[in-house]
Design a protein. Structure first.
Length: 558
């Protein structure tokens, strides 16, 4: 955390950690204002965890969540009230600090402070609020000074970085901007292995600055608003950006708040999740220390990031307990909101062999809705037609939660979204259904494919080809076939490599004599543990399209 002083009594920063709370206490901070909504990032500490750490140090915490780019006057007034009522120093934070800075600027303007003073104070702290001039002073600005790019890509996750590299390789003359407020990039498929003690968490993260493709401009900010009718978007701080082509690769949001009581107990009381960077090591701690009792694993409604991940952790944990000779004393239960073990039936027989081998109890169409960590209890509701409304209470000693997942807030409220909140694209061309110069890939879009890194790897060259071809007014296009891959880690050293496309069609990358995806193989494990991380960092993110070069055809025949 880099704390930046705004006044003698107020400091602002990006996301803080539990350890930062201690540092703030040592700096005599008495109040923390949280302006970041829970669930925005994969490494984000939730407000309940900050609250618990602050309570122990006598610091007051106020939760005033603000959606990126949607700061209201009412929120600014509430921010001002919190400042006025605070005793001692105050620290406010969001993802980058920009929302907190905006709240303070609007509050001070309402109090009669001049814009120049406000702008200078924030500039000294590293926050550019020039885009707020129109809102705070009535000045509308000059459109000639709005930055403009040939291609703007929103999101520097797996899909965004791969698309940026692939587009630039096809036409290095294009001026490309990549927008993302995160300073760290994560190889999220590796967190399953972190939770099994196979990878160290540090192996799954790298500084974002090292990954931005050469010749691509990185705008280290968050998108606040899309204005596709103007070929424009707004960054935090009301800073407009113009584009000729827009690519949206903003990922998804982990909706921890959808489960009552979950935020209060994550990372303690035996409650964990491999879906968060800082919690995957806790999963491994729990697995090692559980000698007897009950281990419960959950899967929420679809869609989710990597539909096999809720099972992977269960199989690897059970394999460890079997090796330690403790599995006989541990009851393993899997509660799946869906009606089947896996969505592609051809892979179910191989998985069922391990369900039987580990003695796992399966319960389908039951969704986790509430957790009481201190009392080690979880409640599930029965979903589907003609189901009872009463909740089912389940005891646990270890609970691995896969949270419900939704589109990011700024996507759900945008004109790019469908009724469910996902970017609305043609499932094959990945072009937006209403805006011809808008494209999407990765977890954020509504194509009915599995949300996996392998899917994004296949989608990036499709988007790159179609976008560049559209700019050059060509009449050819590439079509995405729905490919996704889910390496199901059924035991340490063996994987069932599920590869499939739209409609559950099997799309194996290798002949059966190399890897038979319908059976657990050591070759697939070797690929998952040794090859895929290097393919991700050295090939995918750099635009090398090994084994995924897009198939091209005339647009008329598509």
């Amino acid at each position: 955390m880099e704390s930046r002083a705004i006044t003698e009594t107020l400091s602002i920063s990006g996301q803080i950690s539990i350890a930062d709370v201690t540092s703030l206490a040592q700096a005599n901070v008495k109040t923390i204002i949280v302006n970041r909504p829970d669930g925005e990032g994969p490494d984000q500490v939730n407000v309940e965890e900050i609250q618990a750490a602050a309570d122990a140090l006598g610091i007051n915490v106020h939760y005033l969540p603000v959606t990126s780019g949607a700061v209201t006057d009412e929120q600014a007034r509430e921010f001002g009230t919190l400042l006025s009522n605070a005793q001692g120093r105050v620290h406010a934070y969001c993802r980058t600090g920009m929302r907190s800075a905006t709240l303070w600027a609007i509050h001070r303007t309402a109090e009669g402070e001049g814009f120049e003073y406000i702008q200078n104070r924030l500039a000294e702290a590293g926050y550019d609020i020039s885009g707020l001039a129109g809102r705070l002073t009535g000045f509308t600005g000059n459109a000639e000074h709005i930055p403009a790019y040939d291609v703007v890509i929103v999101g520097a996750g797996a899909g965004g970085l791969a698309a940026a590299s692939s587009i630039r390789k096809r036409d290095p003359r294009l001026r490309i901007a990549l927008i993302d407020p995160a300073d760290t990039h994560y190889y999220q498929p590796g967190w399953t292995l972190v939770g099994a003690g196979i990878f160290k968490p540090e192996k799954t993260r790298r500084p974002m600055a090292r990954l931005i493709p050469t010749g691509v401009e990185w705008i280290n900010s968050a998108v606040a608003l899309f204005e596709p009718e103007k070929n424009q978007l707004q960054l935090e701080g009301c800073r407009p950006i113009k584009y000729k082509q827009l690519v949206v690769a903003a990922g998804l949001k982990l909706d921890w708040d959808a489960i009552d009581g979950l935020n209060d107990t994550l990372g303690k009381n035996g409650v964990t999740s491999n879906y968060r960077y800082d919690l995957a090591p806790y999963t491994w701690d729990l697995v090692q220390n559980l000698k007897r009792g009950k281990a419960v694993f959950t899967q929420p409604p679809m869609p989710i990031k990597c539909a096999g991940a809720p099972q992977k952790v269960m199989y690897l944990s059970s394999d460890h307990w079997r090796d330690q000779g403790t599995l006989k004393d541990i009851k393993v239960q899997f509660f799946n909101t869906g009606p089947a073990l896996f969505g592609v039936k051809e892979y179910v027989p191989a998985l069922m062999e391990y369900i039987d081998k580990y003695g796992i109890e399966l319960t389908f169409q039951h969704q986790l809705v509430k957790v009481d960590g201190p009392n080690k209890k979880a409640w599930f509701k029965h979903v589907g037609e003609n189901t009872e409304e009463a909740l089912i209470e389940v005891d646990f000693d270890m609970l691995h939660v896969t949270p419900p997942q939704v589109a990011p807030d700024f996507i759900r409220v945008s004109p790019l979204a469908d009724e469910a909140g996902w970017v609305d694209v043609d499932a094959h061309t990945l072009q937006h259904k209403r805006y011809e110069n808008v494209w999407a890939l990765g977890d954020v879009m509504n194509a009915p494919n599995a949300k996996t890194a392998a899917a994004a790897r296949m989608q990036a060259p499709v988007v790159a080809y179609n976008l560049v071809n559209a700019m050059q007014e060509g009449n050819r296009q590439s079509l995405y076939n729905g490919y996704g891959s889910c390496p199901l880690t059924v035991e340490k050293g063996k994987i069932v490599l599920a590869e499939f496309g739209y409609g559950g069609k099997l799309l194996p990358s290798f002949p059966n004599w190399v890897i038979n995806g319908l059976k657990p193989t050591r070759a697939a494990w070797f690929m998952k543990e040794r090859l895929l991380p290097e393919i991700y960092w050295s090939l995918m993110l750099k635009g090398h399209e090994w084994m995924i070069k897009p198939t091209i055809q005339d647009a008329e025949s598509a």
